[in-house]
Design a protein around this ligand. Structure first.
Ligand code: PEP
Length: 251
């Protein structure tokens, strides 16, 4: 049975003190009232080591939002997968459209990052999704398939079990526009079929596929009720415990 997950992506928000305070509040809330799904928070690098010290990781997993495409060495300002792992984190988000779009991360670069993350025992939340232009041209299926082929379909089936897919239509991220539950389900089912073609039905059935893009407590129940939507990757609504908890409670 695949895992249902709600994962937060804090992005470049909150200084160390504010981030630690948010993680503590969430930790207390979810330790008292256990969630019905897996919960992960992905934080800026600077929060990881401090948050890892107190986070009840049986209940809340911890992840980074990126890692380097190089193993180690003279890469000023970069943070390697090994460094992320050494903080106590277990996950890393890769392929987010903001990284692809603003920082020029190509399928090849992402392929390297995925390999290094897995080599260092990190599970990968791998983001895929089309732009508004691509959606309007009805190219969304083509786009997400190419993104999987370009960066993760080189993995063995055994390795692929460490991949969580996040389908995030770019036009829905931070815009307040959510894909309808029907639109999201249609493409999630397509993504699962593409995984099945590559790795077989059993692996596809076990693959968690999250929806991301203006997901909030009000629309999460309808989205999460769909058979191929296994939870959400949450940006803006992961920055307040009440909002994030509202989404977690959709399960
Ligand atoms: C995201 O960037 O991963 C995301 C889903 O953002 P938001 O929820 O703010 O749309």
């Amino acid at each position: 049975m695949r895992k249902k997950i709600v994962a937060g992506n804090w992005k470049m928000n909150m200084n160390l003190q504010d981030g630690v305070a948010l993680a503590k509040e969430l930790n207390e809330t979810l330790t008292t009232e256990k969630p019905n799904c897996g919960v992960i928070i992905c934080t800026p690098f600077i929060h990881l080591a401090t948050v890892a010290q107190f986070l009840n990781q049986d209940v809340i997993g911890l992840g980074a939002e990126n890692c380097a495409d190089k193993e180690k060495g003279a890469y000023t300002g970069e943070v390697s997968a090994e460094m992320v792992k050494s903080t106590g984190a277990q996950y890393v988000i890769l392929g987010h459209s903001e990284r692809r779009g603003y920082y020029g991360e190509t399928p090849e670069i992402l392929k390297e990052k995925v390999q290094l993350a897995l080599k260092n025992d990190l599970k990968v939340i791998f983001c895929i999704g089309e732009s508004l232009e691509e959606r309007e041209a009805d190219k969304q299926n083509e786009v997400v398939k190419a993104e999987l082929e370009g960066s993760v379909f080189n993995l063995t089936a055994e390795e692929f079990k460490n991949i969580i897919i996040a389908y995030e239509p770019i036009w829905a991220i931070g815009t307040g526009k959510t894909a309808t539950a029907e639109q999201a389900e249609e493409i999630h089912a397509f993504i699962r079929s593409v995984v099945a073609d590559k790795y077989g039905a059993e692996v596809a059935d076990d693959t968690t596929i999250l929806y991301g893009g203006s997901c909030k407590a009000s629309n999460a129940p309808e989205l999460f009720a769909k058979p191929d939507i296994d939870g959400g990757l949450i940006g803006g609504a992961s920055l307040k415990v009440a909002d994030f908890k509202g989404i977690i409670d959709a399960f």
